[in-house]
Design a binder for this molecule. Structure first.
Ligand code: GAP
Length: 479
């Protein structure tokens, strides 16, 4: 906490050190990605082949902008969410959690400005009527905008297209029953602000956080799970005393930067870009994008906005309800300002997958060199923490390996695999980022009741007694 002449001032953020220097770049920074360890095609192929992420309803040809997460992908998502919740909620005493509903009163979206302004400019190809986002048109070698479907170069004037999905509640379908699928989770935190503040007895400054699905009818979903129509967000609204908002904005930029660093993201692939004034959302006083160097370009990973009192003021006016806060320390009532870090689970999972991907030469047991693919995911994010591998499907080895699996499974996500050569199984686990492989061999059952533990990154192998195995792994797993 910050010390002042009058003691500890809770309204200002505590001094915070960045794990590595936060790289700030101006609004017009170059977005070219440059040389990359991988391509989007490689990541998409790996995800499909290993059942991590693949197109939704694929047997019917799929649905653009919708993706399914298989067993490993679902575990990766769980881990991304858990890491975010742990650092944003669990390890703090000034942030509480909320799960508000996806369907809300349509008046919420009128007050928030989404009905009026949550739009993208759309143009229509004059030859084939295909529609595109006007600010994301493909260009040919001569720099001319063209239609990727028919090659046409004539387009209509841009028209604003609202990105919210609409549906109806109840058995009649007219304007009186129309509601929207929420395009952001944030509004739940604003409309529930007074209730949550009162019942959780939090004092400003404090935050309300939630993780949940949002929906955006994106004109051009693209780049795999980077831009999807059904997304999941992790958002936090941090309510502060007006005048302290800029200090809190800086604090959250460093806090969020540190989160990525703690999870092993390569600092050279991350930067913080200030929004230009004409780029700011209608609600924002100041915004930065945390950008990741995706293979296609430096692009937004997370937004951290200073929303001022825009949202609480709008909802107070539209609902006629009191949403101001009585500050007992100041003996004064005010509308808190809000700092909002907002991140998508899907986009975050993609950034961690890209960041972790390596194709490298590795020595084999036979003394040769082989190419291996390895996901150097932080242990906390790895879908499987330990793989248990009997050397062969031998009658003695299988039950022993099952026993070892049973010992580890209550503590960590464990996978049993007895198919193929041991080398192939190591490669399979490397490719999905499993930090440790435990091999059960004949010596285990006939002699020492010990197993071979192999480390994903160093590929070093160590013999460890089964009794000591849980403690051995607990010491090494960085969760
Ligand atoms: N409440 C503020 C808000 O929603 P945003 O910048 O529109 O701000 C926040 O979204 C984050 O949600 C983005 O930084 C991104 O990570 C994720 N996101 C937004 N639209 C997305 C989409 N169509 N597909 C995947 N992720 C998306």
């Amino acid at each position: 906490m910050t010390s002042t002449a009058s003691g500890t001032d809770r309204s200002l953020p505590e001094a915070l050190e960045a794990i590595s220097p936060v790289r700030r770049v101006p609004a017009d920074a170059d977005t070219t990605a440059g040389e990359h360890d991988t391509t989007m095609e490689t990541i998409v192929e790996l995800c499909k082949r290993r059942g991590i992420i693949f197109p939704s309803s694929e047997i019917y040809g799929g649905l653009r902008g919708a993706w399914d997460y298989g067993p490993l992908g679902a575990a990766l998502r769980d881990n991304v969410r858990a890491a975010w919740k742990r650092h944003t909620i669990q390890l703090r005493d000034d942030v509480v959690q909320l799960e508000s509903s996806i369907l809300m009163s349509p008046r919420v979206w009128e007050a928030s400005g989404h009905v009026e302004g949550f739009t993208d400019p759309v143009v229509e190809c004059r030859s084939c009527n295909a529609r595109y986002r006007a600010d994301q048109m493909d260009t040919n070698a001569a720099g001319e905008e063209y239609c990727p479907k028919c090659g046409g170069k004539e387009f209509s004037e841009p028209r604003e297209f609202n990105l919210m999905f609409r549906t109806f509640v109840g058995p009649t379908q007219d304007t009186s029953t129309q509601v929207w699928l929420r395009p952001e989770t944030a509004q739940g935190m604003f409309v529930d602000f007074a209730h949550v503040q009162l019942t959780s007895r939090q004092k400003v400054p404090f935050g309300i956080a939630q993780v949940g699905k949002s929906f955006r009818n994106e004109v051009t979903p693209r780049n795999f799970i980077f831009r999807v129509r059904e997304l999941e967000q992790m958002e936090m609204e941090f309510f502060v005393r007006p005048g302290t908002d800029e200090a809190w904005h800086d604090y959250w930029i460093t806090t969020r930067w540190n989160w990525y660093m703690r999870l092993g993201m390569r600092p050279e692939n991350l930067r913080v870009r200030d929004h230009a004034t004409d780029e700011l959302s209608h609600y924002s006083k100041a915004t930065v994008d945390v950008e990741y160097r995706f293979p296609f370009a430096w692009s937004e990973l997370e937004g951290i906005a200073n929303r001022g009192d825009f949202d609480l003021r709008q909802h107070a006016e539209h609902s006629g309800k009191q949403l101001s806060y009585f500050d007992p320390d100041l003996d004064e009532r005010y509308l808190p300002y809000v700092v909002e870090p907002a991140l998508g689970v899907d986009r975050c999972a993609l950034a961690f997958l890209v960041d972790a991907y390596r194709a490298e030469d590795a020595p084999t047991a036979a003394g040769k060199v082989e190419r291996r693919t390895v996901l150097r995911l932080h242990h906390a994010l790895a879908p499987v923490k330990v793989a248990v591998l009997p050397l062969s499907r031998n009658d003695k080895l299988v039950p022993a390996a099952r026993e070892v699996g049973g010992l580890l499974r209550p503590r960590w996500a464990t996978q049993y695999d007895d198919a193929g050569s041991i080398g192939k199984r190591y490669r399979r686990q490397d490719e999905v980022g499993t930090p440790f492989c435990v091999t059960v061999d004949f010596q285990t059952v006939e002699d020492d009741r010990a197993v071979t533990v192999r480390d994903r990154d160093s590929m070093a192998q160590e013999r460890v007694g089964i009794d000591r195995l849980p403690a051995y792994l607990a010491e090494r797993l960085d969760l």
